[in-house]
Design a protein around this ligand. Structure first.
Ligand SMILES: *Cc1c(COP(=O)(O)O)cnc(C)c1O
Length: 390
């Protein structure tokens, strides 16, 4: 049988409108942060009904800037989840604070509010919740904790555009929420990010994100702008370019259509895998709207001898892209060695990691691609019984 063509895990979905807008931007005299970025910030804030938005060059930049703007630093503790990409935790180290991990809920794999409360100390300043795979974390419980212990609540919404919790859009509130427009995310600008939140907080974050300079560069170089500026903080260089914003403007307009296609793929996956006891399916709690950035399937070792690694190898052999989200933070050498973590310190995250796989999920998947993935997974996991010992 000839090898089937490679089915990518999460390729970008760039249309002619994006390409035309990028080209048009490159033909103007303003290619870095300028009018297109301002327009993208406005349209993004409108889309989420957010009080304000600050466009940056990554979600990592958004999280780092948020911590710096809150004045979090040495001596402070920030509670977050082990089930995330390293960027969420790296930024806590970068401001000199101590990351404190709290294990996740077994069904959503989101940070468990009860574990957060158990981890609070007099040094705790903030909680960073990650909306894992696009399923909102339990914000009501986290907000109540933040209020009770006077903590800032930061949301890593890299997966959560667009998502809703109790009817409210993620990013629609006054606390800092960071989005990612990395190449694999639901909406992409190749690299990029957005921080939403209170306008006064974002004014200071904007200054900190651009050298700690008291005026935007584009205002300085604009007609009638002044050459004067003042450095009031040793800031970062995290601004978004108008070339990226040109992509984002059209990606935002196509987001509803992208999500519709994601949901159709999800419905098919859930029906196909739900019929077999070997699988633990992802959930969508009744009071949330899931952004379905990832489709994370877990094997049930009590029902199959096939391992996650068998499944990964089988899909690779069939030319199907797959991934694992995530290798828990406490298993990475930097964190493991610095804080002396053992795998079982966060048993829910560790157990999920050993049996999880992320299947292809993106708007360009055709019906036949979805069936190919399902057939491959069912074929690889078809009951394999070990011979009974004599
Ligand atoms: C992708 C991702 C990030 C980082 O986003 P960048 O835009 O690449 O900085 C942060 N957190 C999570 C959970 C992610 O998946």
């Amino acid at each position: 049988m000839p090898a089937q063509e490679y089915l990518p895990f999460s390729p970008p979905c760039i249309g002619e409108d994006e390409i035309a807008e990028v080209t048009a931007t490159l033909r103007t005299d303003w290619i870095t942060t300028g009018p297109k970025t301002k327009q993208f910030e406005r349209e993004f804030a409108d889309y989420l009904d957010a009080p304000g938005a600050l466009a940056l060059n990554s979600c990592t930049a958004g999280l780092h800037t948020a911590l710096a703007t809150l004045g979090i630093g040495p001596g402070d503790e920030v509670i977050t989840t082990p089930m995330t990409f390293a960027a969420t935790v790296n930024v806590i180290e970068q401001v000199g604070a101590r990351p404190v991990l709290a294990d996740v809920e077994p069904d959503t794999l989101n940070i468990d509010p009860a574990r957060v409360e158990a981890a609070v100390t007099p040094r705790t300043r903030a909680v960073i919740a990650v909306h894992y795979a696009g399923h909102p974390a339990e914000l009501d419980a986290l907000r109540a904790l933040a209020a009770r212990y006077s903590l800032a609540l930061i949301e890593d919404a890299a997966h959560a555009i667009p998502a809703r919790y109790q009817g409210h859009t993620i990013g629609g509130g006054a606390n800092p929420v960071a989005f990612s427009f990395y190449a694999t995310k639901n909406l992409t600008t190749a690299e990029g990010g957005m921080l939403t939140g209170d306008p006064d907080f974002l004014d200071r974050a904007r200054m900190i994100s651009l050298h700690g300079m008291s005026r935007d560069a584009w205002k300085r170089y604009d007609k009638g702008g002044s050459w004067r500026y003042e450095i009031v903080y040793p800031g970062f260089k995290y601004n978004m370019t108008d070339v990226q914003a040109a992509l984002g403007l059209w990606q935002l307009r196509r987001l509803a259509e992208f999500q519709q296609r994601r949901r159709a793929v999800i419905a098919r996956y859930q029906a196909a895998f739900g019929a077999h006891e070997e699988f633990q399916l992802p959930v969508e709690r009744a009071h949330v709207e899931h952004a379905w950035h990832l489709y994370v399937l877990r094997l049930r070792p009590e029902a199959t001898d096939v391992t996650r690694d068998d499944l990964m190898a089988g899909l690779a052999a069939r030319n199907i892209g797959a991934s694992v989200h995530f290798i828990p933070i406490h298993l990475h050498p930097y964190y493991r060695d610095k804080y002396g973590y053992a795998p079982e310190d966060f048993p829910v995250a560790y157990d999920a990691f050993t049996r999880m796989i992320s299947l292809p999920l993106h708007p360009r998947l055709r019906e036949e691609d979805v069936e190919r993935v399902i057939d491959a997974v069912l074929d690889i996991t078809a009951p394999v019984r070990l011979p009974k010992a004599a």
